[in-house]
Design a protein around this ligand. Structure first.
Ligand code: MN
Length: 294
């Protein structure tokens, strides 16, 4: 099943062509703050699933391409991300800070945006802003200290995720936390629709140019271990997001680009890039030249 947020506060279910509004069923209302209807939907999914399926089967809904797709979980308790998690990306960055020796870092939850939202580049002359092609794991059940063998029982589903990054040497969290630096979408697909989480192909294009291509079999820390490592330290909650890390091929985006990400059995989304006027600060005043190591 695919669940979405759209047109502001609405929560819905989609077959990829139409979207049926389930806001009433899921208690999503206009002006809700904080906006946690999707967190509750995820927590209560076992009970809600038959009713969501019935809505999708019986209601005409509206065309998916006629709605504004919002980020699926705008208010996770945590937006977790793993650093260098593919050997080919470690090589291009000349990095020894692999995910299995670094553990996780956090991005600001306010960096989340949706499939219909543009990426707004901050006004940072002298800096490159890069795309990173990743998958989001969406936590389904509250858990702590989960062994890898039982980790995937606690995963609700998957989504496409872009981890946008200002290149430089400054605090990683800060470089990755600008508003719109974590597009997620176009929906969350439940884990049962992905036949093998250890064999997921993903691709990323900027305009028509294929920039990144990888498979989850090449992850350094695999998905179950990501949950195990994170939950060894932190209680995970329904709606928490884990970004899996990027393969090689990261690169610059500029005003007018369209970034397309496709994750097999999960989804595909194309996100516009626009140059914004805001975002400058003393930290990023010094130029930084990104040099690919191979
Ligand atoms: Mn990343």
């Amino acid at each position: 099943m695919k669940v979405v947020r759209f047109n502001g506060f609405h929560v819905g279910v989609t077959d990829g062509r139409k979207v049926v509004d389930a806001s009433e069923l899921c208690g999503a209302g206009e002006g809700d703050w904080p906006p946690v209807a999707m967190n509750r939907l995820i927590r209560d999914f076992d009970q809600l699933r038959p009713r969501l399926a019935a809505l999708l089967a019986s209601e005409p809904g509206v065309a998916l391409d006629s709605v504004h797709l919002e980020t699926p979980v705008p208010w996770p308790n945590k937006l977790i991300a793993y650093p260098v998690n593919y050997h080919d990306h470690a090589k291009e960055m000349a990095s020894r800070g692999l995910a299995n020796v670094q553990g996780y870092f956090l991005k600001s939850s306010s960096s989340l945006s949706g499939a219909s939202d543009a990426i707004e580049l901050p006004n940072l002359p002298g800096r490159e802003i890069h795309h990173e092609c990743e998958i989001a794991l969406v936590i389904g059940k509250q858990c702590r200290d989960i062994p890898a063998e039982r980790a995937m029982e606690h995963v609700f589903g998957f989504a496409c995720l872009l981890d946008m990054t200002v290149r430089g040497k400054e605090e990683r969290v800060f470089r990755k936390s600008y508003d719109t630096f974590t597009p997620v979408g176009p929906w969350i697909v439940t884990a049962d629709e992905v036949p093998d989480f250890a064999n997921i192909d993903m691709k990323l294009w900027v305009n028509d140019e294929l920039r990144q291509q990888a498979n989850t079999r090449d992850l350094i820390v695999d998905m179950p271990s990501m949950v195990a490592i994170a939950s060894s330290a932190s209680t995970l909650y329904p709606g928490d997001l884990i970004a899996t890390g990027t393969p090689a091929g990261v690169g610059r985006v500029v005003d007018g680009d369209v970034v397309t990400i496709e994750v097999a059995n999960v989804g595909r989304m194309s996100v516009r890039v626009v140059q914004g006027a805001r975002g400058a600060n003393v930290v990023f005043e010094k130029p930084y030249e990104f040099v690919r190591a191979h």
